[in-house]
Design a protein around this ligand. Sequence first.
Ligand code: ATP
Ligand code: MG
Length: 332
Amino acid sequence: MSNAQRNFDKAVVVDKVRKTFGDFVALHEVSFEVGRGEVLGLLGPNGAGKTTLVDILSTLSRPDSGRAVVAGYDVVTEAPGVRRSIMLTGQQVALDETLTGLENLYMFGRLFGLKKQAARGRAKELIEEFDLAYAADRRVKTYSGGMRRRIDIACGLVVPPQVVFLDEPTTGLDPRSRQSIWDLVSHFQDRGIATLLTTQYLEEADAMADRIIVIDHGRVIAEGTADELKARTGGSYCEIVPVDLNDLQAIADTLGSLLPEKNRASLTGESDRIHMPAPHGATTLLEAVGRLAAANIPVADVALRRPSLDDVFLSLTEDSPQPRRGVPEVVS
Ligand SMILES: Nc1ncnc2c1ncn2[C@@H]1O[C@H](COP(=O)(O)OP(=O)(O)OP(=O)(O)O)[C@@H](O)[C@H]1O
Ligand SMILES: [Mg+2]
């Protein structure tokens, strides 16, 4: 197998890609680009079309119309070139459960055309890089979920790719394993490898991505950096829960100018907490806590919250006359 790669400008170009399943339109003419070495976060709720898109870009399925180019190769007419240039993690990579971690890596090296000695050397390198040396000679079927995820990714890196697709790579992982995925993405970034990462969590896209595309119901509804998206959602906010619900009004009064009219007006008899914008993050929170302490009002909980994916969606669709999941503004 040839490992020759083509020169390219953009790591990924998606141009009006459409995909239907029977009558159902999973992707409506989606367009975007990923630069060389860029980490693009593809953010969207369940069913948004993230996996459908990753499947098309990794040649596992074909678009109905439109065009997509990965590492300079067209995903339909030059699929073998695409496959040579990418790494895809998820359930798709076929690990052999009866082989050890090291043997799996060796086997992938051989499949990718490495000579025996090179494949052995690469397998050792990767098993160490992924902190699995202690389990190198154990069969993969005895690995935990997190270990499996790591060996799965390591197998995809036997021959370094140009573009990496990570489809919800941290779903179901513990915090330590999640951190190791985040580290891995920055390692790709350092080596100029482009990453397209799907996630349902704004926080995760925020931690890893240079740029974020939000998709919903198969359409791109927003695009920008995490900060730009957060600015559109109003940024961070404080949540203040009183010990005694009868204190809600007193808290609102004590917060004074910190609490905008809009938030004050949204307080009802049903409210059990106060939401207050925190334009200066922790500084705003401390100011609020200081005022409440000075007024001797006991609080049960005070938290600084960053906008969630739900907040992003709400703010993107709140001006729309349709229900929340109506036809959203198209930015692409
Ligand atoms: N093979 C298929 N046949 C019919 N419908 C499909 C098929 N694959 C996906 N869909 C539908 O297309 C839509 C998009 O699915 P997709 O798996 O791309 O979503 P997703 O954004 O990856 O969601 P999740 O966060 O749950 O993984 C969903 O409504 C799904 O039911
Ligand atoms: Mg999916």
